[in-house]
Design a protein around this ligand. Structure first.
Ligand code: NI
Ligand code: MN
Length: 228
């Protein structure tokens, strides 16, 4: 599994010949370095309804003739925005095996607004467990710390976890370290920081804290990738 960071919370994941993108906030993110029209994927996954996560999802899914895999209520909002978009709805705790991999949605504790169109909609935020060719990635989405990360770590063999560290809207450095201890993943990377002034964070401090706790960590600059 190859994980490429495209800034903010966006990960492009490749395994074999297949690839998926999570939270493709590319247009309007000066740190993305990749244009939405250059993305080739088999599916688009979205953690929740905020614009810094929905981003270019509809455009990417339509151009690739692929599905958006997302919690049911957010999927309905997306379909209302564009009738041509193909949605695969899931709910929290539910999983589905696609021909390119398996997706299970986890809980996340965060805002419920759906930032699409003029009307404010609502939908639960989620985290994502993505398994492709026996490797499992956990994308925590936007969330505060919660104790059932321990359960998620106990019942899943997580090879790689992406955790928000920006604070203000999500976990900060301190809480992400506690989360990492519970998740028991083989490696961690920080996401959802430094994109906006309000979520500035020192990733070197995060890295030092992780190392002091013997938690294997990697910091990816936007555009960089890691193979696991
Ligand atoms: Ni959010
Ligand atoms: Mn966010």
């Amino acid at each position: 599994m190859k994980i490429r960071y495209l800034g903010h919370s966006c990960l492009l994941i490749e395994s074999g010949e297949r690839s998926v993108i999570i939270d493709p906030f590319l247009s309007g993110n000066s740190n993305a370095h990749v244009s939405a029209r250059d993305v080739r994927v088999d599916a688009v996954l979205i953690t929740h309804g905020h614009m810094d996560h929905i981003g270019d999802s509809i455009e990417i899914a339509k151009r690739n003739s692929c599905k958006i895999v997302v919690i049911d209520e957010l999927g309905k909002h997306l379909a209302k925005m564009d009738a041509d978009v193909q949605i695969h709805p899931l709910s929290i705790g539910g999983a589905y095996q696609f021909d390119w991999g398996k997706v299970k949605l986890t809980q996340a504790f965060h805002g419920i607004s759906v930032e699409l169109g003029d009307e404010l909609g609502y939908s639960m935020p989620t985290g994502i467990l993505l398994t492709m060719n026996e490797k499992t990635l956990y994308h925590a989405g936007d969330t505060g710390l919660f104790g059932d990360m321990k359960l998620i770590g106990d019942i899943n063999k997580i090879d790689f976890a992406a955790l928000p560290i920006g604070g203000n809207f999500t976990m900060d450095i301190e809480d992400s370290i506690i989360a990492a201890k519970m998740l028991n993943a083989k490696k961690y990377m920080p996401i959802h920081y430094n994109t906006f002034d309000i979520i500035q964070q020192d990733d070197q401090e995060w890295y030092r804290n992780m190392s002091e706790n013997n938690l294997p960590a990697v910091i990816l600059e936007s555009g960089q990738s890691i193979s696991i």
